[in-house]
Design a protein around this ligand. Structure first.
Ligand SMILES: *Cc1c(COP(=O)(O)O)cnc(C)c1O
Length: 371
């Protein structure tokens, strides 16, 4: 059986906006300026305005966005950062990239985001041998807010920075405010399959602190505060002009695309008979980067959906703390990430992108009704 409904389809995202994207690419190419020019500056301003953040800084990818946020906040060797194990490995890789140590908190298995009660316990009683915890990175996984109502006061009380990993949550809100504007910094990946995706790599960092934005903008280019003079040690992590132009073409469509994802999610919800639909956090809007169900007999269900021509994904099959590069090495909270391990064995992502046709949605809905 060939797959007629792929799980992700970035090519369809391009074709849906081909005229605008092609014009944007041509404009960037004709400009004769390819790195950190007016497209990049305009994208940063338009993204900040759309997000409701005072400043945004483009960079090369979402992993670098996290690493630059940490560097900008002065977090490196001799510091620890609390995050989750049930995430893209990039979240933990970024912490180690800057020389900091990660401590992994388990998830609330209903919303798949950081368990604030365990975070509180770890902030009160850090694992022995761990350097001081200086930042917390909750991940707004699958397109929905982590429990910031509980996490933000904990960060304030302990004097640690909150960095929101918004790589899967462009446009999602909590109490009407966009994610990425709650903490010291919000970081976004612009990888092609994300809710706002470039046609290549990209990332962007949002902050309300103008001095921090200036520092991060320098750190992404060798630590230059003025041309060719490194005032501090930086890296090379720039967003190129072609990608910035593409992102400017796509950004005005993002809210409508997120609404379309929500409509597709509602159609899937209605078709699920015995499987619980994904939980929505009260007060939060879910932008469905992924539509994730939980099933014990995952391989069998994947096979049945594949028989119906439907692609599925697993985000993610192995929590970070069990992956060979991190196993028995990264610090864990007292819950030992057990709920993360169970989730990794059971989560299943259905096809989700705004370009799904009505016929494709009905194909998925019919297959779900038959499960
Ligand atoms: C995609 C993603 C990243 C990393 O982004 P890249 O652009 O691939 O570097 C980080 N965190 C989460 C939660 C992600 O989904």
């Amino acid at each position: 059986m060939t797959i007629t409904v792929p799980q992700a389809n970035p090519g369809a995202g391009y074709r849906a906006l081909k005229t605008e994207i092609d014009a944007a690419v041509a404009r960037a190419l004709e400009s004769g300026w390819y790195i950190l020019g007016q497209e990049g500056r305009a994208f940063e301003a338009e993204f900040a305005e759309w997000l409701g953040a005072p400043a945004a800084v483009g960079c090369a990818n979402g992993t670098d966005a996290l690493a630059l946020a940490l560097r900008g906040l002065g977090i490196g060797p001799g510091s620890a950062v609390a995050t989750v194990s049930h995430t893209a490995v990039a979240t933990v890789a970024a912490i180690e990239m800057v020389g900091a140590s990660a401590v992994l908190i388990d998830i609330d298995p209903v919303h798949y985001t950081m368990d604030p009660a365990e975070l509180a316990a770890v902030l009160d009683n850090p694992p022995p041998g761990l350097p001081p915890i200086r930042a917390v990175i909750p991940v707004h996984l699958y397109g929905q807010a982590a429990d910031l109502d509980a996490i933000l006061p904990l960060c304030r009380r302990h004097g640690v920075a909150l960095i929101e990993d918004c790589a899967q949550a462009h446009g999602a809100t909590l109490h009407g405010k966009r994610l990425g504007t709650f903490g010291a910094v919000g970081t976004f990946s612009l990888y092609p399959t994300k809710n706002l995706g470039a046609l290549g790599d990209g990332g962007v960092i949002a902050t309300g602190d103008a001095a921090l934005a200036t520092r991060i903008a320098a750190l992404r280019q060798y630590g230059w505060h003025s041309h060719y003079i490194s005032d501090e040690v930086g890296v090379n992590s720039r967003l190129d002009e072609v990608q910035a132009a593409i992102l400017r073409a796509k950004l005005p469509h993002l809210d409508a695309q997120n609404a379309r994802r929500q409509a597709i999610a509602a159609a899937y919800d209605a078709a699920l008979a015995t499987i619980a639909p994904p939980a929505r956090r009260p007060g939060a809007s879910h932008v469905f980067h992924q539509y994730v169900i939980r099933v014990r007999d995952r391989a069998a269900i994947q096979a049945r959906l594949r028989e119906a021509g439907i692609g599925t994904g697993i985000h993610y099959p192995m929590p970070v703390h069990l992956q060979p590069a991190y196993k028995d090495r990264v610090a864990l909270g007292p819950a030992r990430c057990r709920a993360s391990e169970t989730a990794a064995a059971e989560v299943l992502s259905l096809p989700m992108y705004p370009e799904l046709t009505e016929a494709q949605i009905e194909t998925v809905a019919a297959a779900l009704r038959a499960l």
